[in-house]
Design a protein around this ligand. Structure first.
Ligand code: AHR
Length: 503
């Protein structure tokens, strides 16, 4: 039996970072693989409603606690003609989708998505195509969505059966334009100019928008840093957010480095903030640009699941259908700790993606829907994080990792809802083999009335939930010892926990 390592944190409501932003718990629906078709939308499915929406999936999306959803891509948006996806379904054209080498039927489009989002109670976050298209098409889509009526495109929407404007507030100006894989890939200057002009024109239609400029597709991009600075030089006054994207995977059996993936995310966030604040200083601006971390997750890019079709153009094929294990769930929980920790600047985020495609929810066509392991840390954090985010300083042994050097075994963040007298600690034991005794000093919150903890862990870090065994990995309650204001609990190696404290 390995000796447990000892780690501790103290909670102090004076160490407030920012209020919890509900938009931290966003997700992403792309026309990719089976995210839309046989994911959220499947006419003829036993659970489908009159609009073809799978209500079994809709229920799970609600349980996941998603706040906002980005749509329709992703790489897909950079070749998308939004007009193809509106109007009578029988008249909609099928098109080649160059991003994923598939055929897009366009049976589901803007109105179907926005109606679904409204029914789900989630905020839509639309992306415009700045790959193959430009300012005019972005303006057209905005007019179609947000103008009540009396113009060609708003009246077209009304003729399509949607009398009320959709009032979409948050818009992404393209997707991953720094990536050579992107259809219509651009240099930072080319993109910065186009994004600025598009933003300026969109605000002439609707001054109330919140706009996101594309940042880097990952911290390892050769242009990272320069890209943000250049794009923001052009767009600083026109946009509210710069985006960041990051995907992590276990490579070569190096579990210790994989568990420490958040070290990269932390550094990435700091880098984007530095670039944005550099431009702020140069421009002598008072406004700050925040981060929309609008794609993040675990993604096994080199597995056959992510092979893009080469010789055919299938419709809604199985693509990027990663089946996640217990260790993947621990990493997802740990990445959420990083996002929450910088709630002062990361004010929106999207788990990529929502259903079937690197997703917390899986489905079978005509069949079941179930929760992947990664569903649980997301759902628990979304449900429990309330009030203000508190900065905590983990006191913890470090261990060596190949990719990130010495890494603290414990990482943690806390939230504090003063009105409800409820604190929550989100903690992860990133050590690949040592259990941890975690001690929490809750004196700063007041007199502790009780505490409970929910653990995401499996003795087999590779354990997965599948259609045959959908409940193989489940969160479970674990004991917390309360001694005055000191709480202690055991965190097994490779585990994530939410500890609720009542005062
Ligand atoms: O989420 C899958 C893909 O990852 C998105 O389409 C793209 O933006 C990113 O590279």
């Amino acid at each position: 039996m390995t000796q447990p390592i000892e780690a501790s944190i103290a909670l102090d409501p004076a160490h407030t970072v920012a209020p919890v932003s509900r938009r931290t718990f966003g997700s992403f629906v792309e026309h990719l693989g089976r995210c839309v078709y046989t994911g959220i939308f499947e006419p003829g499915h036993p659970s489908a409603d009159a609009d073809g929406i799978r209500t079994d999936v809709a229920d799970l999306v609600r349980e996941l606690g998603v706040s906002s959803i980005r749509y329709p891509g992703g790489n897909f948006v950079s070749g998308y003609r939004w007009e193809d996806g509106v109007g009578p379904v029988a008249e909609r054209p099928a098109r080649l989708d160059l991003a994923w080498h598939t055929t897009e039927s366009n049976r589901f489009g803007t109105n179907e998505f926005l109606r679904w989002a409204a029914t789900q109670g989630v905020e839509p976050m639309m992306a415009v195509n700045l790959g193959t298209r430009g300012i005019q098409e972005a303006l057209d889509l905005l007019e179609y969505c947000n103008i009540p009526g009396g113009t060609a495109l708003s009246d077209l929407r009304r003729a399509h059966g949607f009398a009320a404007p959709h009032k979409v507030r948050m818009w992404c100006l393209g997707n991953e334009m720094d990536g050579p894989w992107q259809v219509g890939h651009k240099t930072a200057t080319e993109y910065g100019r186009l994004a600025a002009e598009t933003a300026r024109a969109m605000r002439l239609i609707d001054s109330d928008l919140e706009l996101v400029a594309c940042g880097s597709s990952g911290s390892a991009m050769p242009t990272f840093g320069e890209w943000e600075a250049t794009v923001l030089e052009h767009t600083y006054n026109e946009v509210d957010f710069i985006s960041a994207h990051a995907y992590y995977e276990e490579k070569g059996g190096d579990l210790a480095s994989f568990l420490a993936s958040a070290v990269d995310m932390d550094g990435f966030i700091e880098g984007v903030i530095s670039a944005a604040d550099h431009v702020r200083a140069v421009k002598k601006a008072s406004k700050r640009i925040n981060i929309s971390f609008d794609e993040w997750n675990v993604w096994y890019m080199d597995r056959p699941e992510s092979d893009i079709p080469k010789h055919s153009w299938p419709e809604a094929p199985r693509l990027l259908e990663d089946v996640y294990c217990a260790a993947d769930a621990v990493v997802v929980g740990s990445l959420l700790i990083s996002l929450l920790r910088r709630s002062d600047r990361v004010t929106a985020a999207s788990l990529a993606q929502l259903v079937n495609v690197i997703a917390p929810i899986m489905t079978e066509p005509g069949g079941d829907a179930w929760r992947q392991t990664t569903f649980y840390p997301f759902a628990l954090t979304s449900a429990l994080a309330k009030g203000d985010v508190l900065r905590v300083m983990p006191v913890s042994p470090v261990h060596a990792t190949e990719r990130f050097g010495d890494v603290s075994a414990l990482d943690a963040v806390a939230t504090w809802d003063a009105d409800a007298g409820a604190g929550v600690v989100f903690a992860v034991n990133r050590h690949p083999s040592s259990p941890m005794e975690l001690s929490i000093d809750a004196r700063g919150l007041g007199t502790v009335a009780g505490a409970t903890a929910t653990l995401v862990h499996d003795d087999d870090p590779k354990a997965r939930n599948t259609q045959a065994q959908p409940d193989r990995v489940l969160p479970r309650e674990v004991p917390v010892t309360v001694d005055g204001s000191r709480l202690t609990l055991s965190l097994p190696a490779v585990s994530w926990a939410a500890v609720q404290v009542r005062v």
